[in-house]
Design a protein around this ligand. Structure first.
Ligand code: NI
Length: 225
């Protein structure tokens, strides 16, 4: 499932992040790439251990912890400390799959979900679409600054070359309590439908209580914590 989260960060937060990033040193993005994807990758990143990355990452993690769509759709167990990249004119990242296991914050993660949080307005650059392949074909994603896309880390994906301007983003991975995308998607759909039914029938309707129980019982059966 591709999960589009609108306004994950406010315009003020995006402006703050950009102001800090403007004075932060950037390095070749191949530092976090595996040997194979390093050949496909051409971008710039803020070093993982840079104080700015940690400070800005905390802002993102705090916002996500309060974001109902992210919590319901990703069912996060661990969120990798957010990283920051930019693609200037001529830069891109050809087809690849993200590494299955990563180390971040002293912890070993399984990457179930990949996330890109856009920090540039789409009008500020041409190209730079995040293209994600799934069973239904290819999806080209280019979102307003502050919006985020969360997608299965098992997907082949690429960033199209930027032909004008510069594309800034935060990217990170999530280990979900529910490893399998199909199960996570069903839980997300059920939670969304439950929200609508609760609005119609109220929290105390017997059907609402039963379906809420079913949601939690499925989560209990499928979750690894
Ligand atoms: Ni990737």
């Amino acid at each position: 499932m591709l999960l589009h989260i609108e306004a994950a960060l406010s315009a003020e937060q995006v402006a703050h992040l950009r102001t800090v990033l403007e004075t932060t040193p950037w390095v070749d993005g191949r530092v976090t790439a595996g040997a194979q994807s390093a050949q496909a990758k051409h971008n710039l990143q803020v070093p993982e251990d840079a104080p700015a990355a940690r400070e800005l990452g905390e802002i993102i993690l705090t916002a996500l912890g309060r974001n109902e769509a992210f919590v319901s759709g990703a069912l996060p167990l661990r969120v990798f400390p957010p990283l920051f990249n930019r693609y200037d004119e001529g830069m891109g990242f050809d087809d690849h799959i993200d590494n299955a296991i990563r180390f971040g914050g002293g912890v070993r993660f399984r990457t179930d979900l990949s996330a890109t949080l856009f920090l540039s307005d789409p009008d500020d650059y041409d190209g730079g679409e995040l293209v994600i392949e799934d069973a239904y074909g290819e999806h080209a994603v280019k979102l307003p600054a502050g919006d985020m896309i969360v997608y299965p880390a098992s997907s082949v994906h690429r960033v199209m070359p930027v032909t004008r301007g510069s594309r800034w983003a935060s990217f990170f991975w999530v280990q979900s309590m529910v490893r399998e995308d199909g199960r996570r998607t069903e839980l997300w759909r059920m939670d969304q439908a439950l929200g609508q039914i609760r609005a119609e029938l109220g929290d105390r309707h017997p059907a609402v209580i039963q379906l809420t129980g079913t949601y939690h019982n499925l989560l209990r059966a499928w979750a690894e914590v």
